[in-house]
Ligand binder design. Structure first.
Ligand code: ZN
Ligand code: ZN
Ligand code: FE
Length: 756
């Protein structure tokens, strides 16, 4: 007796080859019926023998395509029907209104094989793809996800491609970007304003340029990369000069993760993520800090990504044929802090002076950077920049808000967010909004994505900072915003991720954000209880002589903190005149705002321990300090002890600073001093937190803020909190830096939280 079942699967199951997969499984297990895409998922009507049905359902769960993500799977008995075969039914357009576009997918092993095989018609073809892989979000103009609504619409499929597209048994069945050398997009090489080569000759010439130490601009999936040999000092120096990044690390790309094992520690999990369809940049630990010293100077990690498109694979293949085995630096192709370049004309304008450009004629519709993640000491994925491979994936909310809402995020490392029903969309990394091109990118992306996902926000949330451009842009979009404090938004970003809505503590260790009292906050402890948020502790305040320039002149912060602490000031070797000027500023309260920023505290201790005065990029010295810090030592940590300033407990840095200065005079190894600082600060924070948790009987702690990109701080704080019986959550799917606050702003509004 055959059984009849109705199966509904939701999650990311459209545009990832799910229907052909179901079709193959049905054939394998002798199941009849049909499969179709409907609103937000896949519907299957299945009829077959009892045993076959069990195996069929099992295979759907266990063998689902790598790029799919199943969030719910329901099986119901269905009325008996007569089917002659198993078919893939066409879905109606209206039923796709609440569907989603998948994120871009790295080249799959089968397509990689096609382009490596000289007998295959797609040998070395840079736009090879199938239902398991290829461009998605970057080429989509609107839904439903069908070729006429993508930037592939300009390319008419040849008979061979069309045959694949229409054959359910084919890997390329309904692969919207399906293409081949006959009908699809093509590459070409521009040098000194002239087209000098096309197709595989363009690839070969680009490889020659790279081997001879040139920088090549390469048009990729979500935008341009600037590529060069990471071991060629001159090439990297030229790139650094162009990007105005004297020390900031560059990521590298390789077609052989195994070969990188010579230089880098690569765990199984890291390898899996590197080679997954998301293919983000993964920050890997170097085996020796001196490795890749041009790409990532003074750091113990290096950002690595796999060659994730057929174009990159074909390029590496050509390089290997020419006996060149190095990986390549692949850094975002942009000028200064502008958005990543996506159009050929703009790229020619920007990069022609630098070297040749490897271009192609498939337009990029949605620009998107490479994502950046790392795996922490608890094997948890932690995202730093959320973009290609992750966006536009939706995050399920634990509650359904009454109306769709927009959140603008912050001004630095901006991402915005909006809801659609009980789903949360967080935009790709937009960048710093003080650059007007990034501001345009913000508006353009909001318009595109809200249309694409049919979300019509009725209200909006912004950061409280009175001068934030994100707030201004929100009013430009026609919203009357509601405001949420910066660090409270950080705190709520963790709650949003894990769906936490009961009482908990938030530890936010961050650079700077506008505080409820108008001061610059950055090391804030909150308690959330009965719908109310209360700031229960902070850091002892200090002044920033000169304001914002302190982020790049950390010795000024160190001076100011030493002055507050009554510590020895001679240690820093500051010119008498500058010292005088700073004293005057601080005494007269002129351009020296008070702050409780954890980021600046890290800058100051790093400056002292490393003996370096300047930073050329955000958090440079703290990153270098973390890189040399030991993980373990018997030396006693520096003492950060709270005192009450009449309002709330404030963690005091003065004893710790004096201890660190004394160690410096004793010429204690910086590696040990770095350990004592990280461990001591983590312990101090944990103690203040544990005290409050005990009084309020709270068991859960949410940690967020830019400082949690620091692995040592994350590890030590987690250890200290766990030892005190607390459950600790960190951002994982959302960045702990300002890229995550849009989600937190939204969640604050959704929970209707209030501040007390
Ligand atoms: Zn493929
Ligand atoms: Zn074709
Ligand atoms: Fe922040």
């Amino acid at each position: 007796m055959p059984v009849n079942k109705e199966i509904v699967i939701s999650g990311t199951v459209q545009g990832v080859g799910f229907r052909p997969f179901v079709w193959r499984m049905a054939l394998k297990h002798k199941i009849k019926g049909f499969v179709l895409n409907n609103s937000g998922g896949v519907l299957i009507k299945a009829c077959g023998g009892k045993n076959d049905m069990r195996k069929f359902i099992d295979s759907l769960k266990k063998e689902a395509p790598a790029a799919s993500r199943i969030t719910s799977f329901t099986v119901r008995p269905a009325p008996a029907e007569n089917f002659s075969d198993f078919s893939i039914k066409k879905s109606s357009e209206s039923s796709l209104a609440s569907a989603n576009v998948p994120a871009d997918l790295a080249v799959c092993p089968a397509c990689a094989e096609d382009i490596a095989n000289p007998l295959n018609r797609r040998y070395l073809y840079p736009f090879t793809n199938c239902t398991d892989c290829g461009p998605r979000f970057t080429i989509v103009e609107k839904l439903p996800y069908d070729r006429p609504f993508t930037s592939m619409k300009e390319f008419k499929m040849c008979p061979d491609c069309l045959k694949e597209y229409e054959e359910p048994a084919d890997r390329r069945f309904h692969a919207q970007p399906n293409a081949c050398p006959v009908c699809g997009p093509q590459i070409f090489l521009i040098h000194k304003g002239k087209k000098i080569a096309e197709k595989e000759f363009a690839l070969s010439r680009a490889a020659d340029f790279l081997i001879s130490g040139h920088i090549v601009a390469i048009k990729g999936l979500g935008g341009f990369h600037l590529a060069c040999d990471p071991f060629n000092k001159k090439a990297v120096e030229k790139l650094r000069k162009f990007k105005d990044r004297p020390f900031k690390p560059f990521a590298i790309m390789s077609d052989s993760i195994e070969e990188l094992g010579k230089y880098l520690h690569i765990s199984l999990k890291e390898k899996q993520i590197l080679l997954s369809p998301r293919a983000p940049i993964v920050a890997l630990k170097k085996k020796d800090i001196s490795y890749f010293k041009y790409a990532a100077p003074n750091l113990d990690t290096l950002g690595v990504m796999a060659a994730y498109t057929p174009l990159h694979l074909a390029l590496f293949k050509d390089l290997r044929n020419k006996k060149f085995k190095n990986p390549l630096i692949m850094t975002s192709g942009n000028f200064r802090d502008e958005p990543i370049t996506k159009d050929n004309e703009r790229a020619i304008e920007l990069f022609s002076s630098l070297g040749p450009l490897l271009l192609h004629n498939r337009p990029i519709h949605n620009r998107i950077d490479d994502s950046l993640i790392y795996i922490d000491d608890y094997s948890q994925e932690r995202i730093i920049r959320r973009a290609r491979g992750y966006v536009p994936e939706l995050i399920k909310l634990p509650v359904k808000p009454k109306e769709d809402t927009f959140a603008a995020g912050g001004d630095i490392k901006n991402s915005f967010a909006f809801t659609r029903g009980d789903e949360l969309f967080v935009s790709q990394y937009i960048g710093d909004l003080d650059d007007s091109l990034n501001a345009d990118f913000f508006i353009e992306t909001y318009k595109k994505t809200s249309r694409m996902l049919s979300s019509r926000p009725a209200s909006a949330v912004c950061d409280m900072h009175p001068l934030y451009r994100s707030s201004y842009l929100t009013s430009e979009l026609g919203f009357k915003p509601y405001y949420v404090q910066h660090h409270i938004a950080h705190f709520f970003s963790v709650m949003a991720e894990y769906g936490i809505d009961e009482k908990c503590i938030g530890i936010v260790l961050d650079g700077t954000g506008y505080g409820l009292d108008g001061k610059i906050w950055g090391c804030e402890l909150f308690a959330y209880e009965n719908g109310r948020v209360r700031r229960f502790a902070s850091l002892r305040e200090f002044r920033l002589p000169g304001g914002e320039i302190c982020a790049f002149k950390p010795y000024r912060v160190l001076f100011s903190m030493a002055l507050t602490a009554g510590a020895d000031l001679r240690i820093m070797n500051i010119p008498i005149d500058e010292e005088k000027a700073m004293r005057k500023m601080i005494e007269n309260n002129f351009n020296s705002p008070l702050t409780s920023s954890a980021g600046r505290l890290f800058d100051a201790f790093a400056c002292l321990i490393l003996g370096k005065k300047y930073a050329t990029y955000e958090a440079q010295l703290p990153m270098e300090l973390e890189s040399i810090s030991l993980n373990n030592h018997k030396a006693s940590p520096y003492d950060f002890i709270p005192f009450n300033d009449g309002q709330i407990p404030r963690l005091d840095f003065s004893i710790a600073l004096k201890q660190a200065i004394a160690d410096k005079k004793q010429k204690l190894s910086p590696a040990i001093a770095a350990y004592k600082f990280h461990k001591g600060f983590a312990r101090g924070i944990a103690e203040v937190c544990a005290l409050e948790a005990k009084i309020k009987k709270i068991k859960t702690v949410c940690c967020s803020g830019g400082c949690f990109q620091n692995r040592k701080l994350s590890l030590f704080l987690a250890e200290e909190l766990k030892r005190r019986g607390l459950k600790v959550y960190f951002n994982s799917k959302l960045p702990s830096n300002d890229g995550g606050i849009s989600a937190g702003q939204l969640y604050f509004k959704i929970l209707k939280a209030e501040i007390s």
